[in-house]
Design a protein around this ligand. Structure first.
Ligand code: AMP
Length: 397
């Protein structure tokens, strides 16, 4: 029986896919279609025949997936020969309803549709990916893997906002957390790297990519996380502000006559690194900072200071700490961010070895001395593999 899972991540104007061996993590093929619905789209497929790229109009997500199926047939590997076990879909918001991956059926689609107000940009796109895949792969089981599910283990005192209780009871206003597949994968890998059972270790995971989030994971279960009702809360991100005083929107409405939509857009798309420097790509921020740009220098300091605050807070939440783990684009690649975020925390048992930190590697590794009380680790995240594993666990249950 094949252990291959076709992992689909549908965005509002994009569709990414990978064909992953759920047992080994090996990627047989991957690709993406982007600028769906625009006058000119782009499709990329990486398979047995190497990488191919085509530009053409891709009117809908269905056209995108059809194009991917054709690319599999013409550039390999043939889907018919691979015998896919299931299709796994990334779904951003599972609300309080989903604490685990779930088989796709009409009820699940209705429930994910009910959650659209909580994720108005993401859930409709994820649903479109599900509908299209069900049409084009009617004989394959389909599974939804939720970004929020791993954080459903947060205790009430961590997920409750101190607001009128009717807001949460009647409208679901509470902290959900996101990037769950990444936090789950990386915390398990951390235990493996330490040679210990996940049920025995407490870790702080710092997922620093375009979106950034921190989590505190106790004995394999998430007990705190920095993103909230939406992915806006918490760390400084590429274009999102992270934590701000919640009175700022009211101030802007009153004093600058800004609309709620404009403020929402500014906090999500024109803040974070982009708001501070004009650039949302961290490599550009580093380049500007190295050239002496004062704004980029400040942005770097704000970014690392926020991480440091969360590390301290989550250490207090966990009480004992075995590892701090850096992952995702910035976390995996920027030795400067890792050093600036954690330097000076020796009294907490957190020490970075400079040579290990700056050594070039793409492998999971320890960057603290072997005998430090808290291990500092760099672990490449692999959300596609985690989605494939969780998908297979549902279909083989
Ligand atoms: P991700 O969302 O995980 O793909 O991460 C994207 C972010 O990682 C972008 O801000 C990139 O600029 C950043 N990134 C990727 N490679 C590097 C690098 N070598 N050094 C610093 N940042 C990087």
């Amino acid at each position: 029986m094949s252990d291959h899972v076709l992992v689909i991540n549908a965005g509002s104007s994009s569709l990414k896919y990978s064909l992953v061996d759920a047992l080994t993590g090996e990627v047989a093929a991957s690709g993406l279609a982007e600028r769906i619905g625009e006058s000119q789209g782009r499709q990329v497929h990486r398979g047995t025949g190497g990488e191919t790229e085509t530009t053409r109009k891709i009117p809908t997500h269905e056209d995108a997936l059809r194009g991917a199926i054709e690319a599999f047939e013409s550039h390999g590997p043939s889907l018919a020969d691979t015998a896919i076990a299931a299709v796994g879909h990334r779904v951003v918001h599972g609300g309080s309803r989903f604490s685990a991956p779930a088989p796709v059926d009409d009820d699940l689609i209705a429930e994910v549709t009910d959650l659209v107000p909580l994720a108005p940009l993401h859930n409709p796109a994820n649903l479109e990916g599900i509908r299209v895949a069900r049409r084009l792969f009617p004989d394959l089981p389909q599974v939804a893997v939720f970004d929020t599910a791993f954080h459903q283990s947060l205790p009430p005192h961590a997920y409750t906002y101190a607001v009128p209780s009717a807001w949460s009871e009647e409208h679901g206003i509470r902290r959900y957390g996101f990037h769950g597949t990444s936090h789950s994968f990386v915390s398990q890998e951390a235990a493996r790297l330490l040679g210990r059972d996940p049920a025995e270790v407490n870790v702080i995971v710092l997922h620093l990519g375009n979106g950034c989030s921190a989590s505190a994971v106790r004995a394999g279960r998430s007990v705190e996380t920095s993103m909230g009702l939406t992915p806006l809360e918490g760390l400084v991100m590429g274009t999102r502000s992270g934590d701000v005083d919640p009175a700022i929107p009211a101030y802007l409405m009153r004093e600058l006559d800004m609309s709620m939509d404009d403020i929402d857009r500014a906090l999500n798309s024109a803040s974070g690194l982009k708001g501070l420097t004009g650039e949302n790509d961290f490599r550009e921020v580093l380049r500007l900072r190295a050239s002496g740009d004062a704004r980029a220098g400040l942005a770097f300091d704000v970014y690392c200071h926020r991480i440091r605050k969360y590390v301290g807070a989550y250490y207090a939440v966990l009480e004992t700490l075995d590892a701090v783990v850096f992952t995702a684009g910035v976390g995996e690649h920027s030795a400067e961010v890792r050093a600036a975020s954690l330097n000076g925390l020796q009294r907490l048992g957190i020490i970075i070895d400079d040579d290990r930190n700056t050594a070039q590697s793409t492998q999971a590794r320890r960057i603290s001395p072997d005998d430090s009380e808290v291990a500092v680790l760099v672990i490449p995240t692999n959300e596609e593999w985690q989605i494939a594993r969780e998908t297979l666990s549902v279909v083989r249950r």
